[in-house]
Design a protein around this ligand. Structure first.
Ligand code: NAD
Length: 295
């Protein structure tokens, strides 16, 4: 069992840290939000007042933060974790960020003799709670091998996509596709409703037909179809529109670097930016359904 510093206890980080505690690790936690730290302490974590405090005595650091600037500041900023971590500490960042930031942190870590793995996740808050996340890693073989057993305490599928930053590129490809599927599923469900179909019945039909996809199986965007989905809970919790808009921005940036054509991704980016601009940023990303909903 390891002593792990876990930093970033939001919608994803909190359940992930909880699974590490349940697996028997000693988990030192920090978040800028004191309430989040307090909630984890009640579940057996050791609460810390600063990120550096959390890292003291930890063999592994895991971060789950909103975006690249947070990750760069935390690891590379003045008094950053790379300077504070003891020799041999394994650094794992599970946030979804731009590959350039992941590579910059990896290079900074290497200069300090530390191993850094970018390990963004797929599976949402339900996967984080159930410990069934997919981890998509970038970094050296040695870093991946060291990270894998710990990631297995929080996930079911663990992939090594390639060198530093590769995990982020793979994750961005996945999320661009997810946004397109969510929008396509929303417009198809509303089209059926407009013609008097019951969205539950239509969902069952499409789930086992050629239009079947993850959003229909696990994350139906139409309220009332799937009681456990954010759509049936006022689009609360889950994966924020702001974060999807961020990921799509990263996808467009990544596509621009290689002049790759991503027309569906570009349209999804515009729609999510529009939706975020209408005050939906903190809501779950399946709320894009409301752009089509006439009820
Ligand atoms: P969130 O906003 O709920 O949580 C982020 C947490 O980081 C917050 O509690 C915030 O206070 C904390 N934080 C920010 N800066 C910090 C700092 N310097 N030190 C300590 N704590 C800090 O976000 P989330 O939904 O948990 O997502 C986290 C990451 O995971 C994002 O990159 C997101 O794109 C990715 N992700 C989210 C989901 C999802 O379904 N929510 C799924 C896959 C990937």
């Amino acid at each position: 069992m390891s002593t792990i510093a876990f930093i970033g206890l939001g919608n994803m980080g909190a359940p992930m840290a909880r699974n590490l505690i349940q697996a028997g690790h000693t988990v030192r936690v920090f978040d800028l939000n004191e309430q989040a730290v307090h909630a984890l302490a009640e579940q057996g974590a050791l609460p810390c007042h600063t990120s550096c405090g959390a890292v003291a005595g930890a063999a592994v650091v895991i971060t789950m933060l909103p975006a690249g600037k947070h990750v760069r500041d935390l690891y590379l900023g003045e008094g950053g974790l790379i300077r504070k971590a003891a020799p041999g500490t394994l650094l794992i960042d599970c946030s979804t960020i731009d590959a350039a930031s992941a590579i910059a942190v990896s290079e900074g870590a290497a200069q300090a003799g530390l191993e850094f793995v970018d390990a963004p996740v797929s599976g949402g808050t339900a996967g984080a709670a159930a410990g069934t996340l997919t981890f998509i890693c970038g970094g050296s073989e040695a870093g991946f091998d060291a990270a894998k057993p710990l990631l297995a305490d929080m996930g079911a599928n663990i992939f090594h996509a390639g060198n530093a930053g590769a995990g982020q590129v793979a994750k961005i490809c996945n999320n661009m596709l997810l946004s397109v599927l969510m929008i396509g599923t929303s417009e198809a469900l509303q089209l059926g409703r407009d013609h008097g179909l019951d969205p539950k019945v239509l969902s069952e039909i499409m789930k086992v037909s050629s239009g079947g996809n993850w959003t229909l199986e696990k994350y139906n965007p139409c309220p009332g179809v799937m009681p456990t989905a954010p759509a049936s809970n006022g689009y609360q919790g889950g994966f924020m529109v702001d974060l999807m808009a961020k990921d799509l921005g990263l996808a467009m940036e990544t596509a621009g670097q290689t002049r790759s054509a991503t027309p569906m991704g570009a349209l999804a980016t515009s729609l999510y930016r529009l939706h975020a601009g209408q005050g939906n940023g903190p809501r779950d990303f399946s709320s894009i359904f409301e752009q089509f909903d006439k009820d």
